[in-house]
Design a protein around this ligand. Structure first.
Ligand SMILES: Cc1cc2nc3c(=O)[nH]c(=O)nc-3n(C[C@H](O)[C@H](O)[C@H](O)COP(=O)(O)OP(=O)(O)OC[C@H]3O[C@@H](n4cnc5c(N)ncnc54)[C@H](O)[C@@H]3O)c2cc1C
Length: 550
């Protein structure tokens, strides 16, 4: 039997790896990973990604060797790498998982397809998530997702045969690939064992307070699952996680029914977690269906709203962008999150949404200029989730409720004692808690006492929240009021929207107009109380967004 190549990409594991199982059942296997310079030097790639991938490759190689073959490593562009490999060790089948990637990987896959056809190699791509290729309609999508997740897991074969005499190459260090070392010292480490133990500890203990703990950066590092990076690079399969969560939820139900003392928070936490596993694919499906959203607004009614041209060096926009990137906006929650990302490459959902909301609304920057920066900063960068979420948090989907966060309010709601902020921003370590949301309001005597002179030790706010908030709200509302924007929203909702809320398209568009009664009432109440910086349009985002689930 001729050789098969199993091409590992964002699926760096042997557990529940169908291409590996199918290829191994057929005959000798070349397990291939390719370091592609075009991706390594792309705008979204970070040396921390490389370090995580390299951890996974080391683990993958070790696990494959236990089964009889080594991982084959090559550096170069596909399909040239396949061409050389085919001359070195001929193969007639290529196996991989489907990938919902960015334009670079999409074009790369087209080239691989052409190469396979020219060279008589049969390429089989197998789904690994709930994303459906060539989807005709979103109707029934959630049911298909559940069916996919319920399919049997694939056990890795005990023995795998490989061709004799193949040079397997070696794992290059970052320098050999023209990359600097990772500058994120506390980033998660990769590998299947890490993924499995992260899942196990979440389901056994950490997840009990997931529902309540997910929103605050003080608690989220512990209580969120922290599986996103493993899912993004495939050191664990989504199906494995979904089945483990379902088993745990069953276990909790049965114990409760049997009268065992089990913490009641488990049921709601697991329910929320299982919903988010669906979101994973719900958002990726949007990019799969409409790849242009990597580069264009979902809603063309939003075109021209923000400047799509890159900020000119020396311009105000460039200065705002730099302040945001460097965590020097003068808004402690924004700055602390940026510092946390620089340190470890992860922050929770609510804080990600706030970072993007601040850049897109307060700083009025186009998401195209901020998305690649956070793609590099997020160790779990997953193009389908990233671009869909970026547009959602920037108000350019046309269908989602507008949510503009007040960074000062986030401090009061989620870090009132400054535990997270003080750890990430030592300049604010001795600032009294009541001034942490807005250090620039500290009297000079307090600044001196706290050893933090605003404007010297910590920046003045880069924009005034109240002014920026109102301007952004008005600009967005003026677009959403337009008849063409509402008509377009109906089309977008039909193609990409959740089928869960049960709202007909036009009702959703109205709900999403950004001028809902309760939101207006909240703003008016906060303004009347003189709390100019404490109103926002983002209350309860983590829970409200359940309505956006498929
Ligand atoms: C602007 C922005 C960009 C984002 N970019 C990414 C990204 O590149 N990669 C990424 O994995 N997530 C992204 N997210 C979604 C979310 O913030 C992360 O998935 C989550 O914080 C990861 O931590 P966790 O694994 O502990 O999540 P948990 O809360 O434990 O959730 C479990 C899993 O569910 C999925 N999930 C959770 N929340 C969401 C969500 N809102 N949308 C889609 N899937 C979700 C993820 O796969 C996650 O690992 C982004 C969110 C925003 C607002």
């Amino acid at each position: 039997m001729a050789n098969s190549v199993v091409w590992f990409k964002r699926d760096l594991r042997i557990d529940d790896h169908r291409p590996l199982v199918r290829a191994a059942a057929r005959g000798p296997v070349i397990a291939l990973y390719v370091h592609e310079p075009s991706l390594l030097h792309g705008a979204e790639f970070d040396p921390a990604h490389f370090r995580f991938i390299d951890d996974c490759l080391a683990a993958l190689d070790a696990r494959l060797r236990q089964r009889g073959i080594a991982l084959t490593l090559r550096t170069g562009e596909l399909p040239q790498v396949l061409d050389r490999l085919n001359r070195e060790c001929p193969f007639d089948a290529l196996w991989s998982h489907e990938e919902t990637g960015n334009r670079l990987t999409f074009d790369r896959d087209l080239a691989v397809g052409r190469w396979c056809r020219t060279n008589g190699v049969a390429w089989t791509e197998i789904p690994q998530t709930g994303v459906v290729r060539r989807l005709k309609s979103r109707d029934g999508w959630a049911r298909r997702w559940s069916q996919r997740m319920d399919e049997p897991l694939s056990e890795a074969p005990c023995r795998i045969a490989g061709p004799a005499g193949l040079d397997h190459g070696h794992r290059p260090g970052p320098r050999a690939l023209g990359l600097p070392d990772s500058s994120r010292p506390d980033a998660q480490r990769g590998g299947e064992a890490q993924a499995q133990s992260t899942l196990a500890s979440f389901l056994a203990t950490r997840g009990v307070d997931y529902r309540r703990g997910m929103s605050s950066p003080v608690t989220a590092f512990e209580h969120c699952s922290r599986l996103s990076t493993h899912l993004a690079w495939g050191s664990i399969s989504l199906r494995r996680v979904a089945q483990a969560a379902a088993a745990r939820a069953r276990d909790v139900r049965e114990r409760r029914a049997a009268g065992e003392p089990i913490d009641a928070r488990w049921a709601t936490s697991l329910h929320s977690f299982q919903g988010r596993l669906r979101w994973h694919c719900h958002f990726m499906q949007k990019l799969e269906d409409e790849p242009r959203i990597e580069f264009e607004n979902f809603s063309h009614a939003c075109d021209g709203l923000r400047d799509a041209a890159p900020p000119l060096p020396g311009s105000d926009a460039a200065a705002r962008l730099l302040a945001w990137q460097q965590g020097e906006t003068g808004y402690p929650m924004v700055d602390a999150c940026m510092h946390a990302l620089a340190r470890c490459g992860w922050i929770n959902f609510r804080m990600r949404a706030m970072l993007v909301s601040f850049a897109s609304y307060h700083l009025w920057l186009h998401w195209q200029h901020t998305a690649p920066f956070l793609a590099r900063a997020f160790l779990d960068f997953e193009p389908g989730i990233h671009y869909s979420q970026f547009q959602m948090q920037s108000g350019t989907t046309g269908i989602n409720t507008l949510r503009i966060y007040s960074p000062a309010k986030q401090v009061l709601d989620h870090d009132p004692d400054g535990v997270f902020i003080r750890a990430e921003l030592p300049a604010l370590a001795r600032v009294p808690a009541r001034f942490l949301a807005e250090p620039h309001t500290m009297p000079l005597s307090v600044q001196r006492e706290a050893g933090c002179i605003v404007g010297k030790d910590y920046p003045m706010p880069v924009v005034d929240h109240a002014t920026a908030f109102r301007a952004a709200r008005e600009r967005m509302a003026s677009v959403r009021r337009r008849a063409d924007a509402r008509a377009e929203a109906d089309v977008i909702q039909q193609r990409h929207g959740s089928r869960r809320s049960g709202l007909p398209p036009t009702a959703r568009a109205t709900a999403a107009s950004g001028a809902s009664g309760p939101a207006r009432a909240r703003v008016a109440a906060a303004a009347a109380a003189g709390q100019a910086n404490l109103f926002d349009d983002a209350a309860g985002q983590d829970h409200l967004d359940e309505g956006n689930a498929p």
